[in-house]
Design a protein around this ligand. Sequence first.
Ligand SMILES: N[C@@H](CCC(=O)N[C@@H](CS)C(=O)NCC(=O)O)C(=O)O
Length: 206
Amino acid sequence: MNNEKYTVYGMALSGNCHKVKTILDLSKASYSWIDTDTRVQATRTPEYRAKNPNGEVPLLELPDGRFLPESNAILFYLSQDTPYWPANDDAYAQAQVMRWMFFEQYSHEPYIAVNRARLAIFKTERPDDAAVRSRHEKGRKTLGVMNEHLRDNDFFATKNISIADIALFAYTHVAHEGGFDLNEFSEVQAWLERLLDHGFSKMPPI
Ligand SMILES: N[C@@H](CCC(=O)N[C@@H](CS)C(=O)NCC(=O)O)C(=O)O
């Protein structure tokens, strides 16, 4: 990662944005953060859409003015030449990192992050709603898969912390805000502690 200054358009309560903050902080990169709150439609303005036509945060602005959306693509970009992306001669390790980042976007975020958003941030749904219960069941299955993997592994993709751990940390450490009980998943709890010991920070409370 170079030492020039990045700009992040992000929202502090968003796990997807927290991923970007985590890699920048761990790498001691220089950046500014432009608070872009989806609750007040800050991503819906024509000015913002010109930067990210998909109207979402996070969005990274590179020192040369180019833009990059999608949290896991940003993690890939910012992790080059850091310990959080495996060496270029180890395609299997790189593929394992990608495996867990795809898992995060397809099997984790849609259930664990969405229940947190609907129940605790936007408060548009209630715990007994069928959609919430369905996501809860699927999210518990996901946490179970993670827990099993962590019985034999300290981290997700390799023996070291990678951007797969950064991606999965984001919404796992606040899963309780979406009604998930992490006491059921002791290996996940121990992994979170290892990451906090390494210097990961938590998101602010809602
Ligand atoms: N796949 C995207 C998802 C980003 C995303 O869902 N962002 C939410 C906040 S966490 C957002 O900007 N929502 C605004 C909206 O939908 O209007 C990523 O990983 O960056």
